[in-house]
Design a protein. Sequence first.
Length: 398
Amino acid sequence: MGWAGRLFDVRDPLVRMVLIILAGVGYLFVGVQGTPTAAQWILAVIAFATGLVLHRRPLVNLLGQTALLAVAIWLLDDCTVNQVGASWALLELTMRADRRRVVWLAAGLLAAVDLTDSIGDPLPRFVSGMFGLLAEVGVPLLLGLVIRTTRELAEQAQQRAAEEEQRRRESEARAARADERSAIARELHDVVAHHVASMVLRVGVARHVLTDLDPRVGEVFDDVHGSGTAALADLRRLVAVLRKPDGVRGDAALTAIEPSALPAALGAAVDRARQAGITVEADIDPAIGSIDAVRGLAVLRLTQESLTNVAKHAGASALARLSVRLVDRAVHWEVADNGRGWVPAAVPAGGGHGIIGMRERVEVLGGRLEVGATGAGWRVRSVLPAAPAPSPTRTEPA
């Protein structure tokens, strides 16, 4: 901060104190009629030293300067230096005091001391002293209140701006989470519809192939077939709402994939990242093809998002490592880079919207996303636990 900035910085009174001391010394050399007396020099030096020592304690400084002014009024014919020192101390106190009541009491004390110089004077000189009091007390008081009010208004504006920014971030985070939940809902529709359609198809085939069934079994088949068909219709109506063209992200509507096709889909995502110029080392457990379709879609989306982030933030010269392993039916997934490319100047708290969506997707499946720096690079990893096996239905004896 330059000298001009420090001059008007309320938190830095030392610069202002040095300037007022230099002005006082200049007045003693060129402003006093005749030669300054020893008493003038002594009181001025004491006032200067008091201002320097107590420049961070405005109330004590004001009391000291006011006491020196009272002595100067009693001893000196020209007490300008001490009057200016006391007025300056009032200005500093007005700008920096925590309570305004202290300011008004200090102003009253200084006014009372100033008025002692006019006690017993003729009326015209007393009136002149009252006008002088306006300059010695009123001007620093008014100027200090203006500076104080301006600073408070600026602080309030900054606080409101910070609160508005926080609300905007929270709103964007909520929108990102809602967007990701909507994408998950659409993908779950694809998974569920795929399996329900398969069940309905198999029931229909069985109903036509097995022609000599017991009528009661045939009724059960018909009921299952009808329920599955109705479920598919309901799912289609629901997804029609979710997939409105104006509310769906371009990359959100993934179709269901067979679990056995997941390794190939991950390989395709890696190939696309390599085509973008990123060096990717992939360690994909072939057993990953045995997981359920819901977690499979989650792993695919996490991989695509993370490799995209590597391209954005680490640059084409970075090395990314993808690891997908199946351990005790839980999926251990990780993407890390060495950060050798361009690194953003700052990472938003909690990550960007991509991180918010990834975290939402992982938490829906009962996992936890870990995001953070590792050396010069960045790492994102998670463990997607296996879905609990449904408890067998107990059949009570008739």
